[in-house]
Design a protein around this ligand. Structure first.
Ligand SMILES: [Fe+2]
Length: 245
């Protein structure tokens, strides 16, 4: 399994606070079946951090070395959680973005929590720049409603739902939305978005059980293994099949 949204890099953003904590998180993810993590530090002018690419690269190498030393069979790949602000386009123009897995054109993009004008137009502009977009946790933004998600998907934008939403980690609305999107064929990838180890083993087990029961073991592997892997290989959005009930 490959987790494409995870704040496991030590001491860079609001995720893991130290190498020890990162290793604790890795143990939990290993037990859940995850063998590769495209670690996604916050990147851009958001409130949760803006981790320079060079620093992320250095921390990734340090974590990979510590994982080997600790005997945890997980590999950390390049990635970033790109925060959608006008300045993101300067970074895109400068080539200063990090595709999922380090190669290809798929960018993990998050929107601000506070509503912004025309999120659709801004995301489509990223596509016009030649990148492919997977939107982080559409079920959690208060101003993103189901018709907009439908239009996103029609335009080839993929949806990454939070595994934790299925265990009620982000409240009732997010849970209901996540189930609705997944039932309607608007979930392409699930990820942990793990920030800290506390209670993680418990909620990951609970949510995984729910997803496996509702969408089958095949569905679970599709959104946690096959589809994330396709993104690292720069697959066309048509080839990334959504979850089906
Ligand atoms: Fe995140």
């Amino acid at each position: 399994m490959l987790d494409i949204h995870c704040h496991i890099l030590p001491g860079v953003d609001d995720g893991s606070s130290s190498m020890d904590v990162s290793l604790e998180m890795a143990e939990i993810l290993y037990k859940a079946g995850i063998r590769r993590i495209a670690a996604s530090p916050h990147y851009g002018e958001g409130s949760a951090g803006d981790v320079p690419i060079e620093l992320a690269t250095q921390k990734r190498q340090e974590l990979n070395a510590s994982l080997v030393e600790a005997g945890i069979d997980i590999k950390i790949l390049p990635n970033a959680e790109h925060h959608l602000r006008p300045s993101l386009f300067d970074r895109i123009d400068a080539g200063a973005v990090v595709p999922i897995g380090g190669e290809g054109k798929w960018l993990l993009v998050e929107l601000p929590w506070q509503s912004i004008p025309n999120p659709e137009e801004i995301i489509f502009r990223i596509q016009m720049k030649g990148y492919r977009v997977i939107l982080a946790h559409p079920e959690r933004y208060k101003y993103i409603e189901p018709p907009m998600v439908e239009r996103f998907v029609e335009r080839g934008i993929l949806m990454q739902l939070e595994l934790g939403s299925f265990a009620d980690l982000y409240g009732r609305r997010a849970r209901k939305r996540a189930i609705r999107y997944a039932d309607k064929g608007q979930c392409h990838v699930m990820a942990t978005d793990l920030h800290f180890p506390k209670d993680a083993e418990k909620w990951i087990a609970k949510a995984s059980k729910y997803v496996r029961k509702r969408y089958g073991d095949d569905g679970f592997m599709k959104v946690f293994s096959e589809n994330p892997t396709l993104l690292t290989k720069n697959a066309d959005h048509h080839d990334v099949m959504p979850l089906k009930r």
